[in-house]
Design a protein around this ligand. Sequence first.
Ligand SMILES: NC(=O)C1=CN([C@@H]2O[C@H](COP(=O)(O)OP(=O)(O)OC[C@H]3O[C@@H](n4cnc5c(N)ncnc54)[C@H](O)[C@@H]3O)[C@@H](O)[C@H]2O)C=CC1
Ligand SMILES: O=C([O-])CC(=O)C(=O)O
Length: 267
Amino acid sequence: MTLTVAIGGLGAIGLDVARALDRGVDGLRLIAVSARDKDRARANVAGFAAPPAVVDLPELAQADIVVEAAPAAVFEQIAGPAIAAGRIFVPSSVGALLPRMHLVEQARATGARIVVPTGALLGLDAVRACAEGAVDSVTIESRKPPKGLVGAPYLDQHGIDVLAVTAPTVIFEGNAFDAAAGFPANVNVAAALALAGIGPQRTTVQIWADPGVTRNIHTIRVEAAAARLTMTVENVPSEANPRTGKLTPLSVLACLRGLTSTLKIGS
Ligand SMILES: NC(=O)C1=CN([C@@H]2O[C@H](COP(=O)(O)OP(=O)(O)OC[C@H]3O[C@@H](n4cnc5c(N)ncnc54)[C@H](O)[C@@H]3O)[C@@H](O)[C@H]2O)C=CC1
Ligand SMILES: O=C([O-])CC(=O)C(=O)O
């Protein structure tokens, strides 16, 4: 059986995933994409073996699987129709899901599924396993080059000029819910971690602006009855969008492959 795929957003994540699907993934066929600039999108897919249709966001819901890879601001325009139509919805802007958990209730009613990829993070299989038992604490420390944090609403609200930072500096400390609201383009990883583990209120987030690093570095620490986890990923920022690590489109692709593969590894 082949499942059709549509992708909302053709930036650092969406275009890489679209290209990979066009090269061929067993059981998956890319049929539609959407982007802010439709002419550019058409040019981007013109050389594809099977160019997908370039459509408006709501029309993505014609596919069996709808991948969201757009700014958080248009999350609902992609998620809403996909979930209403009972599709498999794969979000990248996971932070935008936290204040919209009613979508999970709606998916229950329509038969839709919301499948969150591990994205720029690691180890959500182990965090989910720990969360089947007792968990004391879950924390994430995200360390980024200052330019990878530019534009975050929290920085504007607090008058922080992140590009003026000359030494490693903690610029946010709080829970995952507030982190996702303040840094919608930067800490989707914290949102995914919160959903895998003990929820956005109990998951603690520390964000560092670090002029000494060139990678987006995330360290997770989990204290659970079954295990202690300490895991770090050092993502190479993508050329298309330095806020987004190159691992992210690969993770989305691996997630999509897992939706149809006969052999699936990891929980
Ligand atoms: N889950 C995770 O681990 C990660 C999630 N992300 C998130 O994934 C999302 C996508 O990231 P990137 O690909 O780096 O973004 P990007 O900025 O490179 O690309 C965004 C795409 O969305 C399109 N777009 C914008 N407005 C649109 C509209 N109104 N209608 C249709 N398309 C529209 C743009 O044309 C562009 O193609 C962001 O919200 C980002 O924060 C990023 C990195 C890791
Ligand atoms: O590190 C990355 O690639 C992006 C990131 O933190 C996020 O969006 O959560």
